[in-house]
Design a binder for this molecule. Structure first.
Ligand code: ATP
Length: 873
């Protein structure tokens, strides 16, 4: 018999379990028997394929074609060196990218899937890998099922099963046994691994785990694979292609020109043309950019922001609006009830957080007060347990605060039998339970006060009076929650929204949820960075206004609530989206509308979310940010970034890091390209004037290789510049290199070429030795790069404008490079391959002086050009 055909009693029997769940010993035993609840990892791309992929780049194709040409000319040394460089480059790229991939993989693994289970009678959260058949699982809206489950309790539980059935409309589940052979889509008493709860809650027994689940059988992956390419990487790839064509065209053109001018032989021209090609190609660039991105993502994970989709790193630098939830992100989410107001009595409490000690003032024995406490206590799913000297808390913070309040007052009563529940949902903003209280059946409701008023039977005047009270309390920053009730006749276990009307209003609780002290500073930082911060909350408009004011949000007087938002036309939405920063009593649909309205005005939007219904808004936003702690699995799955601490500060830090990473990529480009420009220029000049090449093709390859693997990579570790959060957001349409940076590349390339040429000719004529001239030229070029690397620590500011020694990787890289150059100059093997000769101290002094000169010229250039052309810093 299939689980959906069986009676729940039979299921309990078959799986050796009951409503209280398995004991820990049983779980361990079953884990051994059934293994972990996981699917085998998707086959990875084989190592050889990943290695070959390193060659799949237009820059490398050009190099390979050059090696074929040199082979045809039987120039075996050049062929060997070009191939050697291509292979070494591939090995280095492969190893580095492997490391980067591993880092990303481990970040991906930080996103754990949890399941709520009943084990040994306790409700606990466990890693869903550890689910075993027989486990009793509790599912709530927003959670993803991670095993196949036969339900024995369903409170309007609706599951979205698109992953299995393709049907995106959620299916309502029940617990009755079914007959016949049914497809998963029709098994309404079953919940399948990989599907989401979009509404309600339920309980059931795990009947299949791992590969035995329906999902396992169709072998779809549980974990989401993030895209590994980004718009930037695509741009770079495009750029590589264009660069390859450009280099080819220029080389051929100059080959023809030099033939015309000097009538060199065909072979000489070919060798020189290949020289230009080899010189101009920045073969290490693509790998360096990938590595910079990966290192950045790792750094963000250390800073509590898990990047799920790589493009987010770039987009972060362009964000113009951060739309943040209030509760828990801008506030501490440590709620404490300070007051309970009824028409008979007002009770006040002190104490903070969830500490159950504190004084209570007021007449708590008044029947009206008692009734309010009873409603808040019974219409509540939070749990507080006392174990030895610990207090264990489980549940929604608002509900925990209400439980603590009841405990503080010392009037906690035993749990009434619950017949049915309408769970809290941020769309309808209340929770209702149907309970048996002695002989009577009662409907107990708690929720947003205006909502409760709407559902109550009070007179218009009474409602107006209460609204004034709510406004007054909320303007002090209190989060309000109202209690109401009525008697019911129907004793069945059903409850629908239609039953929740004509309620008796009972009272309100005023809860304090203090703003996070560090959030105000982070918001100020965002403002300085040209980013607007908007607060989107389900809370009362006055509460939102009071908190916004204390956090320093812009225009706190201008606020709008869900009711007014409903009435807006599309055009009005656009205006409001830009002008207002406080959106209260919103529903998830408003979040989506807000994102759309902002995006239609070329704003780049980051939106936070936690609830199941926030998923569409997060998907639509340029950066969807999910909450790691209180967020539902659904929001995490669609998000680009997950905050492991739910804190707004982490968002502003991520923006800072994202901007820093983008800077580092730019730095790598403006560092690498001038070397290629200088090398290509030296050859071009030699060709045009008919002189000797100051650096041979093999030597050029040596330079490109050693500098890329040492110096360029070290720039990936540059900490973000201090002014990153003082600049406006980057326009996504802007090219990576602006005119100024292209100028910088050409300028530095030219200066470097002049220095290299000068030293080359000086040495060649003084000592009459081509080898010596070239050895000095190579060392001068490398020294120039070392010094220029220091210039690159800041693109626009002078290098001493911040801690010069803040990146130890740079100095390590320079040390390694010096050793490599010593080997290049003095080791006989290298002397043979590269035709180098030993240098004297005096020569090194010249080389260093050349490098230092370049350094000073570039700093001077920054100083003059940036001021003269008013280039923004
Ligand atoms: P944010 O969107 O900033 O996270 P929020 O958490 O206050 O704000 P909601 O969770 O939608 O937004 O809550 C809206 C209102 O619903 C609250 O102000 C409160 O009055 C009421 N409310 C919150 N939690 C519950 C609950 N568990 N049961 C009943 N009512 C609740």
């Amino acid at each position: 018999m299939k689980p959906y055909q069986a009676d729940i009693g039979e299921i309990f029997k078959e799986f050796g379990t009951n409503e209280q769940g398995l004991s820990h010993a049983e779980v361990i035993e079953r884990l051994e028997k059934f293994g972990y609840n996981e699917l085998p990892e998707k086959d990875r791309v084989p190592v050889w394929k990943r290695f070959l992929a390193q060659f799949h780049n237009s820059l490398i194709y050009v190099l390979l074609a050059s090696s074929v040409l040199t082979a045809l000319l039987q120039d075996w040394l050049d062929t060997g060196i070009i191939l050697g460089v291509v292979i070494i480059n591939a090995i280095v790229g492969f190893a580095q990218e492997g490391k980067a991939e591993k880092a990303l993989e481990s970040i991906r693994k930080m996103v754990k899937y949890e399941a709520t289970v009943v084990r040994g009678r306790l409700i606990i959260n466990v890693d869903s890998r550890e689910l075993v058949p027989g486990d009793v699982v509790i599912l709530k809206s927003g959670q993803r099922a991670t095993a196949d489950i036969r339900l024995f309790e369903s409170h309007s539980l609706k599951m979205e099963e698109a992953i299995l059935t393709g049907e995106s409309v959620p299916v309502e589940k029940h617990t009755r046994p079914l007959e016949g052979d049914l497809l998963p889509g029709d098994q309404k008493n079953m919940v399948f691994s990989g599907t989401y709860a979009t509404y309600g809650r339920g309980r059931g027994v795990v009947v299949a785990t791992g590969t035995n689940t329906q999902l396992g059988q169709i072998s779809t992956l549980l974990t989401d694979i993030s895209k590994s390419s980004t718009p930037l990487l695509q741009k770079i790839e495009d750029f590589s292609k264009k660069l390859s064509f450009f280099i080819l065209a220029v080389s051929v053109l100059f080959g023809v020109v030099s033939w015309y001018l000097h009538r060199f032989g065909f072979q000489d021209i070919l060798v020189n043309t290949i020289g230009i090609i080899v010189a101009a190609i920045p073969e290490g660039l693509p790998a360096i950019i990938t590595i910079t991105l990966a290192l950045g993502v790792q750094q963000m994970a250390l800073n509590k922001a898990i990047v799920r989709k790589l493009p987010a790193v770039e987009t972060l630098g362009s964000v113009t609006d951060i739309c943040s939830d209030k509760t828990g992100t801008l506030t501490k989410n440590e709620m404490t009830v300070l007051e309970v107001v009824t028409d008979a009595e007002t009770i006040t409490f002190d104490g903070s957080g969830y500490d159950i000690t504190g004084t209570v003032t007021g007449n708590i024995d008044h029947p009206v007060v008692r009734n309010v406490f009873m409603i808040f206590d019974q219409c509540n799913d939070a749990q507080i347990r006392f174990e030895s000297d610990q207090t264990l808390l489980n549940g929604d913070p608002t509900e925990l605060a209400l439980k603590v309040m009841v405990l503080k007052a010392g009037i906690h009563q035993s749990t009434l039998e619950r017949l049915a529940t309408i769970p809290f949902d941020s769309a309808h903003k209340y929770m209702a339970v149907k309970v048996k209280d002695g002989d009577s059946i009662k409907l107990l409701v708690k929720g947003a006060p205006e909502k409760i008023l709407e559902l109550s039977d009070l007179s218009v005047e009474a409602k107006a009076k209460l609204r004034a009270l709510f406004n007054h309390k909320a303007s002090n920053g209190y989060r309000l929650i109202a209690a109401a009730w009525k008697e019911l006749k129907d004793k069945s276990r059903t409850l629908t929204e239609a039953d929740v009307t004509n309620l008796n209003f009972a009272g309100i609780a005023c809860i304090i949820d203090p703003p996070r002290p560090e959030a105000a500073e982070a918001i100020a930082k965002c403002h300085r960075a040209g980013i607007t911060v908007k607060m989107i909350t389900g809370d009362h408009i006055e509460t939102a206004g009071a908190i916004a004011k204390s956090l320093g949000l812009k225009n706190p007087e201008q606020k709008i609530d869900g009711q007014s938002l409903e009435k807006l036309t599309d055009e009005e939405w656009k205006k409001v989206a830009l002008e207002y920063n406080i959106f209260a009593r919103t529903t998830p649909l408003h979040k989506l509308k807000l994102v759309e309205a902002l995006q239609s005005q070329q704003r780049i939007v980051a939106m936070t979310g936690d609830g199941v219904n926030d998923a569409p808004a997060l998907k639509k936003a340029d950066i969807g940010i999910a909450m790691g702690i209180k967020g539902t699995q659904v929001t995490k799955d669609v998000s680009d970034i997950i905050l492991t601490d739910d804190n707004f500060v982490t968002i502003s830090n991520a923006v800072r890091l994202g901007r820093g990473i983008f800077d580092n990529i730019r730095k790598a480009i403006i560092f690498i390209l001038p070397t290629n420009a200088a090398e290509a220029l030296s050859i071009l000049v030699a060709l045009v004037v008919g002189g000797t090449l100051p650096i041979s093709a093999p030597q050029i390859l040596w330079i490109n290789m050693v500098t890329a693997v040492t110096l360029a990579i070290s720039l990936a570790f540059e900490p973000a510049e201090e002014n990153v959060m003082k600049r406006p957001p980057r326009k996504p349409t802007k090219p990576i290199l602006d005119t100024y940076l292209v100028w910088r590349i050409l300028f530095v390339g030219a200066v470097l070429a002049v220095i290299v040429y000068t030293l080359f000719y000086y040495a060649m004529y003084t000592y009459n030795s081509l080898e010596l001239g070239r050895t000095i030229a190579v060392n001068a070029l490398v020294a120039g790069e070392v010094f220029y690397l220091l210039n690159c620590k800041h693109i626009r500011h002078n290098v001493f404008s911040r801690d010069f020694f803040n990146n130890k990787h740079i100095f390590r890289a320079i040390g390694t490079l010096v050793l490599l150059q010593i080997a290049f100059t003095y080791l006989p093997v290298f002397q043979q391959i590269f035709r180098t000769v030993p240098l004297e101290m005096y020569h090194f002094a010249l080389v260093l002086a050349g490098g230092l000169l370049l350094f000073l010229i570039v700093e001077l250039e920054k100083f003059i050009v940036i001021r003269a052309f008013r280039i923004s810093k």
